[in-house]
Unconditional design. Structure first.
Length: 431
């Protein structure tokens, strides 16, 4: 297998390991060694790739998106999640296959162009797997599950499992698949139980949206609020009124039914109370913060101070471009840092960097292979041009990554599985 020695001015192997005048030795899809240039001797003269005044970091990990909506314009909603969902449903209704493919492709290329090498995509569409399989972008695909009618639970689960098995057979090992029960208010109790049993048996995570909007609690507690009008419009209200028992919240529903388990990866939690976050911690649920989406949909923001006090394991997701504008994780991160300052929380550069690399990898239980540059990890990394950055700031490379670099201008190369991918600049902005 071909070995390549990548030399660079600075290598951020992980948040604590920064190497100046370093090199990264890859063999095939993996990393063999990371260290100072002199550690490598003279054996590799033939396959040296000298990146000069550059900075190398691990590829970024986006823990929550819906690539299907990548080409949509940002849909803002002052009236919260359910009004937004109604607008999204209107916008995506009647999409032709070619439009879906175009939007997916746009999202895939945009994510890559912003330095993302791994995404968690939540989707009802099989086309996501088809297009991701042709791209270097790595992914876990969560097949979205909806099902309000309890009597249909078995049928929905059996069909979904068939689909998942087919996809796994077709795209294994390149892509991995799991289920994404949309939210506790959209998946009936017997259906969620089937998914939970499957998840424990297969040791695969269930991806879900949890306590995202203020009006969710209104639904759970009073069966009122803005969700009602939306579900009525899409003909989903009747089974929900019939089958759903009252609870304090989605977390309460899962907890009381013994479904709040460590197999869950939950996005948002913007409206989780202090007690609910304790339950999340006790169940060891991994979490995802999507600040721009929460802001644009007027859903509030996650109380990261409490997340941190509870020692929750979490990373960052952009959510779809229809709620966050684009799939730029650095922009998402900057937004999170600035927003949390308003609530008196300082997120250090180290913490910020972890949220889009190593912590995100831990959320996926993939910390040995992605989000870090070390022996036997995948050779997924980014090369930034440092020429526009004053040398006196080189002492703090994490600050350079998070605040100083312009990812559009300065990200020179994206490498995945030891291979250079083609960056498509035209994908950086919607037209
Ligand atoms: Zn989402």
């Amino acid at each position: 297998m071909t070995q390549i020695l990548h030399k660079a001015k600075i290598i951020i192997a992980n948040k604590d390991t920064i190497i100046y005048n370093g090199a990264l030795l890859t063999e095939g899809s993996q990393i063999l060694q990371v260290g100072k240039i002199e550690d490598f001797g003279t054996t590799f003269e033939e396959n040296i790739s000298d990146h000069g005044n550059s900075l190398i970091t691990p590829g970024l990990i986006n823990l929550h998106t819906h690539l299907l909506y990548s080409k949509f314009n940002l849909i803002k909603s002052e009236e919260g999640l359910f009004k937004w969902l109604e607008n999204l449903t209107n916008a995506s209704f009647n999409m032709e296959q070619n439009e879906i493919e175009e939007s997916l492709l746009f999202g895939i290329n945009q994510a890559l162009s912003y330095g993302t090498t791994f995404v968690v995509d939540n989707t009802p569409s099989l086309l996501s797997a088809k297009l991701l399989s042709k791209s270097p972008l790595k992914a876990v695909i969560g097949l979205e599950i909806f099902g309000s009618d309890e009597s249909q639970a078995e049928k929905i689960f059996t069909k979904a499992l068939e689909t998942l098995n087919e996809l796994e057979e077709k795209y294994n090992p390149q892509l991995s698949f799991t289920f994404s029960p949309h939210a506790p208010y959209d998946v009936s109790l017997p259906l969620w139980k089937l998914l939970d049993t499957w998840s424990r048996k297969t040791k695969k995570p269930l991806l879900t949206h949890l306590e995202e909007a203020k009006d969710e609690k209104k639904w759970w507690q009073e069966k009122s609020g803005s969700a009602i009008a939306f579900w009525q419009r899409i003909n989903k209200l009747e089974p929900k009124m019939k089958f759903w028992k009252k609870h304090d919240s989605g977390i309460d529903f899962l907890f009381k039914n013994n479904l709040l388990n460590n197999n869950l990866i939950a996005a948002h939690l913007t409206n989780a109370t202090q007690n609910e976050l304790k339950l999340i911690k006790e169940a060891n649920i991994k979490c995802i913060h999507c600040p721009r989406s929460n802001f644009n949909l007027n859903n509030g923001t996650a109380n990261l101070k409490l997340w941190k006090e509870n020692n929750l394991l979490f990373g960052i997701g952009t959510d779809s471009a229809a709620s966050s504008e684009n799939l730029n994780l650095i922009e998402e991160m900057r937004f999170a840092i600035e927003e949390q300052k308003l609530y008196g929380l300082t997120i250090s550069n180290k913490e910020a960097f972890e949220l889009i690399t190593s912590n995100a990898a831990r959320v996926l239980s993939m910390e040995d292979v992605i989000g870090t540059l070390k022996k036997n990890a995948f050779a997924d990394f980014l090369i930034f041009d440092l020429n526009g950055i004053p040398e006196c700031t080189y002492k703090d490379p994490l600050d350079i990554i998070i605040w100083k670099l312009n990812i559009v201008k300065d990200l020179k190369e994206v490498w995945i599985n030891g291979k250079k991918t083609v960056r498509v600049d035209s994908m950086l902005n919607k037209i």
